[in-house]
Design a protein around this ligand. Structure first.
Ligand code: NAG
Ligand code: NAG
Length: 453
């Protein structure tokens, strides 16, 4: 009897607790509606614009709850919300929502787009960076040491009011979506830093520092865009896409990270050494790094690389270079780099019409292979028929078309646009700032199609 009522009590309590739990969770992520536009006023908002039918949105949902909880628990001023953009479509389009899910940090009349990896830590880091001050002042040497331990790459302005400072602020307001901007007085910098003139801008990375030189480096914004990466990177599809902005060639050691054999580690070490010791010679034209596994790169090149391998990619026109012989030493790699610069290595790939046709065939082939792998019977049924072949070709052509359309939109996003300035938006037009990135699989397409527009 006692046990029975106990059980009943439990049965009643569990849903109650669950409800309370859900209430606590939902309180950290607010459900936004049309009133949001007028009510958001002075607050900083991190908003997920979603559509109920979208798969990526569903995948983001638990992450978004975690983001909300973390923001709340850390006492952050940033409010986290989500909006069903299909129900509140007019307001979503006013915020420049074009795809799902769209993550934006809204601060005054600025909207910062987030398109990095959709993990809690990455999103929270982005929100805190962008919501904070544009230029962070470092007051003391200890503080500087602390800041240095926290960021792999950081930019610092040294000096008083100047036109350089104005430019620095201007660049920061756009590139804060990627990296941190600090200002400090000369005394606060580590002792190993020698400055020839002030005002100046420096970047601290790769356990050293580099000084911006307007004469050699061109505009401050292009310099910062190039220097915001460490000299040697662990490259994935997402990084590769981001690197497209630098206009550099990307030299990659394609290795199996888990394979400890000498060949694999040697290639990585060669790349590291060149990135470090030959920086002055090559850093303007090259980014160095390694990539784990060859799947991604194979589909990019439509080729089968024998891992470990070295490949140099031109992300701006999808061309690539393979070394004519095995890279055994740093000297071999330097010779290879120089022959690329001199134009004596055969160029492969590209974005010409033949390559696009190859891409359609390659994609169709991969589709067939993957269907056969997952279900041979279905494969036979589908592809044994000529009809099947025709449908694949149609599929290939259709996807090729859409692949070309996506980046057009992406590129639109990348610019600072006065969203809807010539539309029905008189008061408070929203300035959009984009942190470029996207889903891994999307990133590949973007690298491939970056040139398209
Ligand atoms: C490691 O790489 C070497 C050289 O490519 C290869 O022969 C070997 O089988 C690999 N080992 C493992 C465990 O994959
Ligand atoms: C990379 O592509 C760009 C754009 O087509 C081109 O201007 C540049 O010369 C290429 N770089 C090399 C080394 O081929």
């Amino acid at each position: 009897m006692g046990a029975r009522s106990g059980w009943l009590y439990c049965a009643a309590a569990v849903p109650l607790l669950l409800l309370r739990f859900l209430a606590a969770v939902s309180a950290s992520v607010e459900d936004l509606d049309d009133s949001f536009k007028d009510n958001r006023k002075d607050d900083i908002w991190l908003v997920d614009f979603y559509a109920p039918w979208c798969g990526h949105c569903k995948k983001l949902e638990p992450v978004w709850q975690e983001v909300g909880i973390e923001m709340k628990n850390s006492g952050s001023l940033i409010k986290v919300g989500k909006m069903d953009a299909t129900v509140h479509s007019s307001i979503a389009s006013e915020f420049g929502v074009r795809g799902f899910p769209t993550i934006k940090l809204l601060k005054g009349d600025l909207a910062y787009n987030y398109r990095g990896p959709r993990t809690k830590d990455d999103i929270v880091e982005f929100a805190n960076r962008v919501a904070g001050p544009l230029i962070r002042t470092v007051p003391s040497q200890q503080m500087f040491d602390h800041v240095q331990t926290r960021h792999h790459v950081l930019f610092v302005y040294v000096g008083g009011e100047s036109t350089l400072k104005e430019k620095y602020i201007e660049v920061a307001s756009e590139l804060i979506v990627y990296t941190y901007f600090y200002s400090a007085s000369e005394e606060v910098l580590p002792e190993y830093v020698t400055l020839n003139e002030i005002p100046t801008v420096l970047v601290f990375k790769d356990s050293t520092y580099f000084i911006y030189d307007e004469y050699e480096d061109g505009s401050l914004s292009s310099w910062i865009n190039k220097e915001r990466f460490e000299g040697y990177l662990n490259i994935d599809g997402f990084t590769l896409y981001e690197l497209g902005d630098t206009g550099k060639l990307v030299a990659i050691a394609v290795v199996d990270d888990k394979n400890t054999s000498a060949e694999h580690t040697r290639l990585k070490n060669i790349m590291k050494e060149i990135a470090k010791n030959y920086r002055d010679q090559f850093h303007r034209d090259f980014q160095f790094g390694h990539m784990h596994g060859s799947d991604y790169i194979n589909s990019l090149l439509m080729d089968e690389l024998n891992v470990p391998a070295v490949v140099v990619l031109n992300t701006s026109n999808q061309q690539y270079f393979l070394p004519p012989k095995h890279i055994e030493s740093t000297e071999d790699m330097i010779m290879f780099i120089n022959s690329i610069l001199e134009g004596t290595v055969e160029v492969q790939g590209g974005d010409g019409i033949l390559q696009r046709i190859r891409r359609v065939i390659y994609d169709a082939k991969s589709t067939v292979v993957s269907v056969f792998k997952s279900s041979p019977l279905l494969g036979c049924f589908l592809f044994g028929l000529p009809l099947g072949v025709i449908s694949i070709m149609c599929y290939g052509i259709c996807t090729a078309d859409t692949a070309e359309e996506i980046p057009t939109k992406e590129m639109g996003d990348r610019e600072l646009t006065d969203e809807g300035s010539d539309e029905d938006q008189e008061e408070g037009s929203i300035k959009e700032i984009t942190a470029d990135a996207s889903e891994g699989e999307q990133a590949e397409k973007n690298v491939l199609d970056k040139k398209e527009d």
